[in-house]
Structure formats: structure tokens, C-alpha cells
Ligand binder design. Structure first.
Ligand code: KIV
Length: 271
């Protein structure tokens, strides 16, 4: 099955119908206008302005340093490019943990200043009041369970989560709570495929996986990983569709050589 051309604009209702019809949901991160335009033209269902921008755009080791203002800058650039995709923006670390009012205020800034369609928030039971408050303000919320990178210092590693029964049970309970609170979808990151399958089969809302196996309702990757811009990051769950690092490196060397050799510009490339 390829891109569903009948869908002119992806909404939460469209995503719900995709789950109902068994049509897999495609999702990819985007942080800037030009890439978002290509992804939207290609038919991506959801574009996530992820706080992974902290790593791949700003070069930080974790997602913790990125600010709400920086997320808004990236999200506004992405939204300017899209016609079809549903745009979700991560609430960055420090913009919602204080209380549900802080979470709502950060969400309102994102919605007003970017034109995005919804937000994503990491966590389960501990953020459920915030989720309810944001949804009661009319904003679609996507949950995020499993490996939640904003808690990396609590976990200590980026290893697979919920391999032990206690954590798996908590994840199942949290997923149920997020659905009951009104989330339109949930991301599951780096958990065993059979646990993700159980969540996807139990919940009525779409479950999107990253390193969560093939039984969920959709897949998301970080664009730099999917396009092979990062050479070092090679988790088992990643499929690279290009090796852009090598292509860009080679093109850049060619450009440098052409300048040094006085080959560029040539007669037809000048006025
Ligand atoms: O920030 C991000 O890119 C994410 C994805 C890994 C789901 O949250």
C-alpha cells in the first residue's frame, strides 16, 4: 500500500480511521521548512517537531537543553511548509513538569505561535492532570511511553525499556490512562515488540512505534537517522533509506575541488 491520495488533510479523525481500517500510519520528524515541504509533498501522515532537535539540529548530547522558544522556532518553520500532514510538537523538558497550568501555558504558546495541530508529552500517570487540562482546552495530545529521552538521567541508559514485568505492567496501565484522558495517539519508544502489540491491540487509539516492532499502528523515525545523515547512530530498529552523510560529504568535496581548480563557475555560470 502506498500514500493514500484520497486524504487531503490528515486530522485526528483520519488517523483514528486509519487504525480502524488497518492502514499503517507514517510519521517522521521535521525541524525546518525545506525538509518539511518534501516530507509533506511525499505524503507523510504525521510530522513530529521532536525535541530530538536538541540532538540533531543543535548538537546537544540529550534532549534536555532545548527551550520552548527554540521548539516554537522549529515548529513554525515546519508548519509554513505543510499542506497535508498533521503536525505535532514536543513539549520540551522544563515546559510542563511544574504543574498542569504551566503545561497548558506552554501548549498555548506552541499552538498560537506555530499553527501546529497538536502536542506530544512524555510520561504516564505523573502527567495525566496536564494531559486532561490541555485536551480540555481543545488541543490534541499524543502520549509518549517506554524510553522517554527527557528522563535519560533517571534511566541511566538508552537500553530497551519495560523488559521486566513490573515496568511492562506500569506501561500498560499508563497507556490506558492516557487513552482515558483523551489522547488521540501514543508513541511507544524502544520496548519489546510483543508488549507494544499488546498495547496496540488493547487501545482504540493509534499506537506509533519507534523501536517497538511491527505490530503497532504506525512507525516514526528521526529524519536524520532515516536519511543516513548520522553515521554513528545504528540501533537495531533503524532502517536507513539513504546514506546522505556520504552523498553530502562527496558533493562538498567536489565543490571545494571545483573552486580550487577554477572550474566553478564556468563561462555559462556567470553574467
Ligand atoms: O523527539 C523525537 O524525535 C521523538 C521521537 C523519537 C518519537 O520523540
Amino acid at each position: 500500500m502506498s500514500v493514500n491520495k484520497e486524504i487531503r488533510r490528515v486530522t485526528t479523525h483520519v488517523l483514528q480511521k486509519m487504525k480502524h481500517d488497518g492502514e499503517r500510519i507514517s510519521m517522521l520528524t521535521a525541524y525546518d521548512f525545506s525538509m518539511a515541504k518534501i516530507f509533506d509533498d511525499a505524503g507523510m501522515d504525521i510530522l513530529l517537531v521532536g525535541d530530538s532537535a536538541s540532538n540533531v539540529m543543535a548538537g546537544h548530547e540529550t534532549t534536555l537543553p532545548i527551550t520552548l522558544d527554540q521548539m516554537i522556532y522549529h515548529a513554525a518553520s515546519v508548519v509554513r511548509a505543510i499542506k497535508r500532514s498533521f503536525v505535532v510538537v514536543d513539549l520540551p523538558f522544563g515546559s510542563y513538569q511544574g504543574n498542569s497550568k504551566e503545561a497548558l501555558n506552554s501548549t498555548i504558546r506552541i499552538m498560537k505561535e506555530t499553527g501546529a495541530h497538536g502536542i506530544k508529552i512524555e510520561g504516564g500517570e505523573e502527567i495525566i492532570e496536564s494531559v486532561k487540562r490541555i485536551i480540555s482546552a481543545g488541543v490534541p495530545v499524543m502520549g509518549h511511553l517506554g524510553l522517554t529521552p527527557q528522563s535519560i538521567y533517571k534511566f541511566g541508559t538508552y537500553a530497551v525499556r519495560a523488559t521486566e514485568d513490573a515496568e511492562a505492567q506500569k506501561l500498560l496501565k499508563d497507556a490506558q490512562l492516557l487513552q482515558e484522558a483523551g489522547c488521540f495517539a501514543i508513541v511507544l519508544e524502544k520496548i519489546p515488540a510483543l508488549l507494544a502489540k499488546q498495547v496496540a491491540e488493547t487501545l482504540e487509539i493509534p499506537v506509533i512505534g519507534i523501536g517497538a516492532g511491527k505490530y503497532v499502528d504506525g512507525q516514526v523515525l528521526v529524519m536524520h537517522d532515516m536519511l543516513g545523515i548520522n553515521k554513528e547512530f545504528k540501533p537495531r530498529f533503524l532502517r536507513r533509506y539513504l546514506n546522505l552523510y556520504d552523498d553530502i560529504y562527496n558533493a562538498t568535496q567536489q565543490y571545494i575541488n571545483d573552486i580550487k581548480d577554477r572550474d566553478f563557475p564556468n563561462d555559462s555560470e556567470q553574467y
